[in-house]
Design a binder for this molecule. Sequence first.
Ligand code: ZN
Length: 279
Amino acid sequence: MPEQVGTIRIVDVHHHVGVLSLSEVRGTKVEPFADLSSRLALMDEHGIAQACLFPANSYPQAQGILDTQRQNDYIAEYRARRPDRFPAACAVVEPLHGEAAVREVRRVFEELGVNGLVFHHRFQGGPINAANMYPILDAARGYHRPIFVHVIAESQLESPWRLEELADAYPDVTFVALDAFSSPSQSQWMSYIATKHANIYFETGAMTSVGNRLAMFLARHGSDRLIYGSDCYMTPRGYAVPHPKNELLALGLARDDLERIFWRNAYRVLGLDTGGNER
Ligand SMILES: [Zn+2]
C-alpha cells in the first residue's frame, strides 16, 4: 500500500442509522443513540474519518408522516451529536405519503438543514420512477441538494433504468446511485450509464470486486464521479470490515484519484467545505 494513503481523509457516504425501527429489532429494545459509540469505534478501527448518515428505510409507519418526521428529526440530532465525525445527514421521505411527503421535503431542508434525500424503493412500496416520485423531486430540485437512490442489484423496483428516467427528467438534479456495483453485470451497466447521464454519481456500497469492474469503470470514466461508501448498519453490525475501502486502496490508484473517491467528490456533492481546493 502506498505510504501516502495513510494521510488521506476517508469519508464513508453510506451509513444507516437505526435498524429499520428505532424501537425494536428482533424483539430487542434499541434505545436512540445506542449505536453511536460502536459506530465511532468501527470508524476508528478502519480509519474512517467521517460518515454521511441516512435513516434506515423500513421503519414502522403506523403513524404515517409522523413516523417519517421522527426518523428525520433523529438523523439530524444524530448528526448534531458529533458534527466533526458526521458532517452530513440525509432525510427520508415516503413517496406513498403524497402531499405530506412534499411538505416533508420542505421541512427537512428548511428546518432541519439536511444535506440531501435518500430513497430505498424496495422498502418504500414502489419503483424508483413511480409517478409519485415526481412531485417530490419537483419540490426538492430548488434546494440544490443531492438525491441518493439505492439501486441494489437484487431489486427490480430499484433497477437502474428507472433511475435513468429520473436523471433524464431532472438534469439539474444530482443523483447518487447507491450500491451501484452490487453485481458484476450491474457494474458494467453503471459504466454504460455513466456515459449517458452526467448528473449521476456512483457509490461503492455492497460492491463486488469480481471481474475487476471497479478498475474498469475508473479506467473509462476517471475518478470524478465515484464516491466511497460501505452501506454500514450498526444494529446489528452489517459487516466485519468495510470491504470497498480495502479494494479501492489495493487498486494502485494515484493519490489524486483516491482523494476524490474517498472524500472530495462526496464533499462536493453534499455541499460541504472542501477547504477551497476542489481538486
Ligand atoms: Zn443503504
